[in-house]
Design a protein around this ligand. Structure first.
Ligand SMILES: *[C@@H]1O[C@H](CO)[C@@H](O)[C@H](O)[C@H]1NC(C)=O
Ligand SMILES: *[C@@H]1O[C@H](CO)[C@@H](O)[C@H](O)[C@H]1NC(C)=O
Ligand SMILES: *[C@@H]1O[C@H](CO)[C@@H](O)[C@H](O)[C@H]1NC(C)=O
Ligand SMILES: *[C@@H]1O[C@H](CO)[C@@H](O)[C@H](O)[C@H]1NC(C)=O
Length: 263
């Protein structure tokens, strides 16, 4: 009997987690550094996917367009299994350790910047809709349809960090490349719905900013924040383009993201 109880508990925990609507898609699987041969067409079996992912996170590998074919399944297991959530929670913990040590001026101008897509709100449910562990290709029409649903769950660990930063009396500023005209309302709804209930500013990309690169756009928005008298103590994003450029902040924190690279 003892042998049955534990697996049953995990099964129930799994079903419960899956059924909860705005929870992060989870609960599977061990991570292998290379996809096993039966998982994919081994066009190139020599690429170590863990090395590939490390290169991505460290910004050693840049401007890549798609996950290499041989690492599709590996990245699927990474995202949908425990490791992505664990990495997110770890960076959130490091950010909190730093934030606790900041001596805030306390004039209402101590700011913390968060990116939105895949830093606070997760698009993993858009990329992974089936059980193949292969990310589907980005399609801007379909992606906007997904955004307009307002169903993105919170990125693991980041809501907890957000709440702790509010307790420390940081002013939260969201800067996102989402479109101002069509996506402000649903973005506000989605953020609030998963628990990001308040903020100092939520800056979206307007029509005059359409041609800017991500680095230029984010720098421009941060310059507005600084011109408004704020001190950017912390800045967290899943893309290096969130963290490079002008006024990056006194500390930057890179949230994990091996699904895409945005210049
Ligand atoms: C194999 O990996 C190398 C190094 O990442 C890459 O340049 C090459 O295009 C890959 N080949 C195939 C068939 O995917
Ligand atoms: C993107 O998705 C739309 C809507 O599903 C579809 O009509 C279109 O063909 C797709 N585009 C590409 C390039 O796959
Ligand atoms: C904004 O979103 C809310 C909640 O989804 C909705 O009730 C409202 O009609 C929307 N307003 C506009 C102007 O789109
Ligand atoms: C924070 O960054 C600003 C701008 O780079 C700098 O002037 C300031 O000295 C930094 N403060 C601390 C405590 O590191």
């Amino acid at each position: 009997m003892k042998f049955l109880v534990l697996p049953l508990f995990f099964l129930l925990a799994t079903i419960t987690a899956t059924a909860s609507r705005s929870s992060f898609p989870n609960p599977i699987h061990l991570l292998q550094s290379e996809s096993s041969p039966e998982d994919h067409n081994v066009a190139n079996a020599t690429l170590d996917c863990l090395s590939w992912r490390l290169a991505v996170e460290a910004n050693n590998l840049r401007n890549w367009a798609v996950i290499p074919d041989e690492c599709q399944v590996y990245v699927g297991h990474y995202m949908l299994g425990h490791q992505y959530a664990s990495d997110c929670k770890y960076v959130a913990g490091l950010a909190y350790d730093y934030a606790k040590g900041v001596e805030l001026v306390g004039d209402g101008k101590d700011a913390w910047i968060f990116d939105v897509d895949d830093t606070t709100l997760s698009n993993a449910p858009y990329y992974y809709v089936d059980n193949s562990y292969r990310a589907k290709d980005y399609n801007s029409t379909e992606f906007v349809e997904w955004e307009l649903k307002g169903e993105a769950p919170a990125v693991p660990g980041i809501l907890d960090l957000y709440n702790k930063l509010l307790e420390l009396e940081f002013k939260i500023v969201f800067i996102t490349g989402k479109d101002e005209t069509t996506l402000r309302n649903i973005t506000e709804y989605n953020l609030k719905n998963v628990g990001f209930h308040t903020w100092e500013k939520l800056l979206l990309r307007d029509s005059t900013e359409a041609s800017l690169t991500k680095v230029e756009y984010k720098s421009k928005k941060r310059a507005l924040v600084v011109a408004d008298g704020y001190r950017i103590w912390g800045n967290m994003g899943d893309q290096w383009s969130d963290l490079l450029g002008e006024n990056p902040g006194n500390r930057t924190f890179k949230a994990p993201m091996p699904m895409f690279y945005l210049k």
